[in-house]
Design a protein around this ligand. Structure first.
Ligand code: 2YJ
Length: 282
């Protein structure tokens, strides 16, 4: 499955249960790899100065949602730990669903975060601004890649997966001056993204139709699809850099040690950080 169908990736408790305890460690890892903190990456992704984001103006509520496949144990708490780490006042509502929304507003939250099986959104109640996790994740990882390779102007980047995350990354990369090449197993989906971007942004996106040769040609890769282990030893070059919002990780386990220092991958942190910064824009 090399299709960027983001809604297919349902997080499991084991994907997220370590997030809170390891946020400091993950932040240090990001600083080592990109030169920037989680906050700085998220702020860069939404084009604001990190120090200008006035955390005091916001109170963020995360509301567990029981619809569809139900509440994921630890999901809301993990989201809250990330938002709290960024410096925002944050709480998880005791109640879920509609009662949770009422509780959040009664406790004067002004940003609400809710996720069902298809969408994960942050809503700013003052401005009406809605920030979507998939799009924010694409933007956040593009910002991390830009920091990691010290600028993307005129550099070629391969995006694997033309879903919402891939689309968010494409828009951000174009804004950064990169040349975007897109692969999706579903060629129609990749074509649609290409056509939309070309119409809206007047910018040419190249379609890749053979994944193996695309991976051989590119050293900057965004893994935005839910396929496992398709990046193999033969694709690894000395200058490879991979940012991987896709779950599970598209890199073959055997080569992980070789790429670890040039790889950014997490289940929730960069996406959540970017969406809350995006939602907080006034
Ligand atoms: O509140 C809860 O605990 C659950 N309703 C959370 C559901 C989380 N949703 C997902 O993981 C979906 N796959 C949607 C994610 C979209 C991310 N881009």
């Amino acid at each position: 499955m090399l299709q960027g169908d983001d809604s297919m990736t349902r997080l499991k408790t084991e994907d997220i249960c370590h997030i809170d305890a390891k946020l400091g460690e993950y932040n240090d890892e990001l600083v080592k790899k990109t030169g920037h903190t989680l906050s700085e990456i998220a702020a860069h992704a939404v084009d604001v100065e990190e120090k200008n984001v006035n955390r005091k103006l916001h109170k963020v509520a995360i509301i567990p949602m029981s619809c569809g496949q139900g509440i994921i144990e630890g999901f809301s708490e993990s989201v809250a730990s990330i938002v709290n780490f960024l410096g925002f006042k944050t709480f998880v509502t005791i109640h879920h669903d509609a009662s949770g929304i009422a509780e959040a507003i009664e406790k004067s939250a002004n940003i609400l975060m809710i996720a069902d099986d298809d969408r994960f959104i942050a809503v700013n109640l003052r401005t009406g601004r809605i920030s979507d996790n998939s799009k924010a994740t694409g933007k956040g990882y593009a910002a991390a890649l830009e920091f990691m390779c010290q600028g993307l102007k005129q550099k070629r980047v391969l995006i694997v997966g033309a879903g919402q995350v891939g689309a968010g990354a494409t828009e951000a990369l174009i804004h950064m001056g990169a040349q975007v090449d897109v692969y999706d197993l579903n060629l129609e989906k990749a074509k649609k993204l290409k056509e939309r971007i070309e119409e809206e942004k007047n910018y040419s996106v190249k379609l890749e139709t053979d994944l193996d040769s695309a991976l051989v040609k590119h050293s900057l890769i965004i893994d935005a699809c839910p396929a496992l282990g398709y990046i193999q030893k033969r694709h690894i070059t000395d200058d490879i850099m991979i940012v991987a919002p896709g779950i599970p990780l598209g890199i073959n386990q055997n080569i992980l040690p070789q790429v670890y220092n040039r790889l950014i991958h997490d289940p929730l942190q960069i996406g959540v950080a970017t969406m809350v910064f995006d939602a907080s824009i006034i």
